[in-house]
Design a protein around this ligand. Structure first.
Ligand code: AMP
Length: 425
């Protein structure tokens, strides 16, 4: 047997202490912003049928080709740890007949996702995304609202040096015509392209815009742009989205080279980046996916949504300062008893703890046999406003904020702490 220490797998991490608190704050902000705009929480399973992503995300994408964690379960079914959230949400929309509800159906999630990627700062193999999807309406106001909501979240989380890039990929015939023209351009310049882009001319020519390869970048400079070739409906839709974003006061740049790594996008696509992040500058993005629900076997349904990486938001943001005290009352013991013993004062202290919690206070009790000094130190570390040093009949209540203290009957302690906290509020 080996006694070598077992570590978390590469590209994964534990969420501890202060980080957990910051994430909770982010989740609270997201909930407030999205539920305030009519989005309902949804959570889908971590495991989905592999087919969902092959069909939904697209078999030519990096995600499906090389980044999925896929396994066979005991019954021989191919299952995949979800690499993204949009396809699962669309599956759930169909499975639960949500197309029969008033449209658009607006759903949000905060979940972990899995991609076998090269792990580095800002890029992990298990990461968290907050996402929002609005299904069942083509209205450009849905697009604009969705983008504004992510902008608000990033701003409230203090994400620095944000830029918003926006484009439209059109749809239907104009997209198909464009694809052929782009393929012709790529084929004509095949000698200057990276091997990877060359191999994908047939399968996924749009991704050539994402390449960091110098020769490819030069070829793409003169490539035809989809935005110039939109049909009238798509152009009108895009103009409306731009107009609404202007009205909302959200600055954006139209970027004709913006394509996203998933196949399902139609019409609007957008991405928020932060220059504070370096190489992995994408904080969040998304777009419209009007064909996806149908592709997954549901009725023809429009869709618009985004996902933003929690770790990237935290890397590029400055979390709001934690206000006030983390704890209302630290219940200590005036006489430190023998370890494991239960002198009457400990019973009294446990009573104070229960009473404090019933009154809605955030309270913690001494449970490690610390000295008086040790108890005060611990109360301080936990950010307690009050410390009660409970004796059998009498208790010393110490105000950690102004250093004052009073001695009172033990049964009056919670009342006194409550009164003090109300004065503070
Ligand atoms: P995507 O689903 O690829 O459009 O990604 C949306 C957002 O999720 C990105 O802008 C990142 O913030 C985040 N993200 C994607 N992949 C990773 C990853 N491997 N590690 C951390 N964050 C990621």
């Amino acid at each position: 047997m080996s006694d070598e220490r077992i570590k978390a797998p590469r590209g994964t991490f534990d969420v501890l202490g202060e980080q957990a608190a910051i994430r909770t704050a982010l989740e609270d902000r997201a909930r407030s912003i999205l539920e305030g705009a009519g989005y309902e929480r949804i959570e889908t399973p971590v495991l989905e049928a592999t087919e969902l992503f092959a069909r939904g995300v697209g078999s030519s994408t990096d995600i499906v080709q090389k980044e999925m964690y896929t396994l066979l379960d005991g019954g021989g079914r191919s299952l995949t740890l979800r690499p993204e959230g949009t396809a699962p949400v669309c599956r759930a929309y169909v499975e639960h007949g949500m197309h029969k509800r008033a449209q658009p159906v607006k759903l949000w999630y905060l979940s972990s996702f899995f991609r076998y990627e090269r792990a580095q700062s800002g890029r992990y193999r298990q990461f968290w995304q907050v996402g929002a999807e609005a299904l069942g309406s083509e209205d450009p106001a849905v697009d604009a609202e969705s983008i504004v909501l992510l902008g608000t979240l990033l701003e409230e989380m203090g994400v620095r040096e944000i830029r918003l890039r926006l484009s439209s990929l059109g749809g239907g015939e104009s997209r198909e015509r464009y694809r052929e023209r782009l393929q012709a351009h790529l084929r004509a310049n095949a000698g200057s392209l990276s091997a990877e882009v060359r191999e994908r001319i047939e399968l996924n020519p749009l991704r050539a815009f994402d390449s960091a390869h110098e020769g490819t970048i030069a070829v793409m400079r003169d490539a035809p742009r989809l935005l110039d070739e939109l049909d009238a409906d798509d152009a009108e839709h895009f103009a409306a989205v731009c107009q609404l974003l202007d009205r909302a006061g959200l600055a954006f740049e139209v970027d004709t080279t913006l394509v996203r790594g998933l196949d399902y996008y139609t019409r609007t696509v957008f991405e928020f980046t932060s220059d504070a992040l370096g190489a992995q500058s994408g904080v969040g993005g998304g777009g419209r996916y009007d064909g996806l629900v149908q592709q997954l076997g549901g009725p023809a349904t429009a869709g618009m949504g985004w996902a933003a990486g929690i770790e990237r938001i935290l890397l590029a943001g400055s979390p709001p300062p934690a206000g006030g005290h983390a704890l209302d009352l630290y219940v200590g013991l005036a006489d430190v008893g023998e370890d494991g013993s239960c002198p009457p004062a400990k019973t009294a202290a446990f009573g104070v703890l229960s009473e404090a919690r019933s009154a809605g206070l955030r309270a913690v009790m001494e449970m490690a046999g610390r000295s008086l000094k040790g108890q005060l130190g611990q109360a301080n570390r936990l950010g307690a406003r009050y410390v009660a040093l409970v004796g059998e009949g009498e208790t010393v209540l110490k105000d950690m904020q102004d250093g004052g203290q009073e001695t009172l009957a033990t049964e009056k302690v919670v009342h006194a702490a409550l009164r003090g906290l109300r004065e503070l509020a």
